[in-house]
Write a protein that binds this ligand. Structure first.
Ligand code: PLP
Length: 360
């Protein structure tokens, strides 16, 4: 068996240890005589899985007690509608910073429900930087402000959480979930699809301050009402049971590594290796302002479409897969999430060095 290094933006690699444990437990989970795939979500044995996952997430992310953790379906994209339905309930205003396609999609969706305003955008330079904002840029009577913390497609990240004054801040953390410590208390809500850094596709985790719940619009579909899910401990209906189980294994893996401080250290070492190479290369260059560079998604180009295509083809043949960039940026993108081992980044950099020599 030979496994490739998968640089996909998502779904992406899972830790090999997690896959092996899941394989070993596939037919008989802890003596239950069943696979987790087959279990009732209301069984005692499953209850310990979902409760265990929540407890580990709370521990690793240091989630304050006045926040609810929800395990939902529908992907991050479903939250683009759930957020305005649950929180555009005062002035009906919401302020967005547009740092890429995901923020833009969330913004477009919110416009269907109320007065959504783009207070800043980096679209003018293909989202290659994070726009600077001040508290005064946000309407102080807005129901919430919205950001996408790490921009998966463009490879930018907020190094500092923007000051929004007294406006509650909501963030999409899909592609930086669990990649480093995050001060949850600075947010009204953070959420993310699991398939980038947490688990396979099918699970979306929402972490929300309790006192903000209970004011959803009357027309809110039951399944999009956060209060319903909070009151039912994410068991209002059948949750994505198996994905939550893998999530628990991933959380155990992170805990055993040493938690999010350690995760950050490992991610910084991987990203530094790749960025240092890009900064010294004559052929390849990064597409993002240095101060806004993501630890997770690293887009780069040669400046020549044919060479880019050749690179993608040859790297794939070398077992370095899914390096083709998003169509809106072109070139290449290496997503180096938690589960990408440092050996994978080393192999990529060595391949790039070789490619640069051969194509000088
Ligand atoms: C992948 C991604 C999404 C979309 O996630 P789905 O689960 O496919 O809806 C949204 N936001 C960010 C930042 C992403 O990386």
């Amino acid at each position: 068996m030979s496994r490739v290094y998968n640089f996909s933006a998502g779904p992406s690699m899972l830790p090999e240890e997690v896959l092996k444990k899941a394989a070993a437990e596939m037919l008989d989970y802890e003596g239950s005589g069943q696979s987790v795939m087959e279990m009732s979500h209301r069984s005692k044995v499953y209850d310990s899985i979902i409760k265990g996952a929540e407890a580990l997430l709370r521990e690793l992310m240091n989630i304050p007690d006045n926040y609810k953790v929800l395990f939902l379906q529908g992907g991050a994209s479903t939250q683009f509608s759930a957020i305005p339905l649950n929180f555009m309930n005062g002035s009906n205003k919401a302020d967005f910073i547009i740092t890429g396609q995901w923020a833009k999609k969330a913004f477009s969706e919110a416009k269907k429900y109320g007065d959504a305003k783009a207070v800043a955008s980096s679209e003018d330079e293909t989202y290659s930087y994070i726009p600077k904002t001040k508290a005064e840029d946000f309407r102080q009577d807005a129901d919430y402000a919205y950001i996408c913390l790490n921009n998966t497609i463009y490879g930018t990240v907020y190094k500092e959480i923007p000051d929004t004054g007294k406006v509650p801040l909501i963030a999409d953390i899909s592609s930086c979930f669990l990649s480093e410590p995050l001060d949850v208390s600075k947010f009204a809500l953070v959420y993310g699809g699991a398939q980038k850094n947490v688990a396979p596709a099918g699970l979306t985790i929402v972490i929300v301050r309790e006192d903000l719940l209970g004011n959803a619009r009357d027309i809110t579909p039951t399944m999009l009402d956060y209060k319903i899910h909070a009151d039912n401990a994410s068991l209002y209906n059948t949750p994505p049971c198996y994905t939550i189980y893998i999530c628990k294994l991933v959380l155990e893996w992170i805990k055993n590594l040493g938690g999010l401080e350690k995760m950050k250290e490992l991610n910084e070492a991987k990203a530094k290796m790749l960025y240092d190479f890009l900064d010294n290369s004559k052929l390849f260059k990064g597409t993002v302002r240095k101060e806004d560079r993501s630890l997770m998604n690293v887009p780069f180009v040669t400046g020549n479409d044919e060479l880019d295509a050749k690179f993608v083809k040859e790297s794939t043949e070398a077992g370095l897969v899914n390096l083709k960039g998003h169509r809106s940026v072109g070139g290449m993108r290496a997503s180096i999430y938690n589960a990408m081992p440092i050996e994978g980044v080393k192999a990529l950099v060595e391949f790039m060095e070789k490619f640069e020599k051969e194509n000088a």
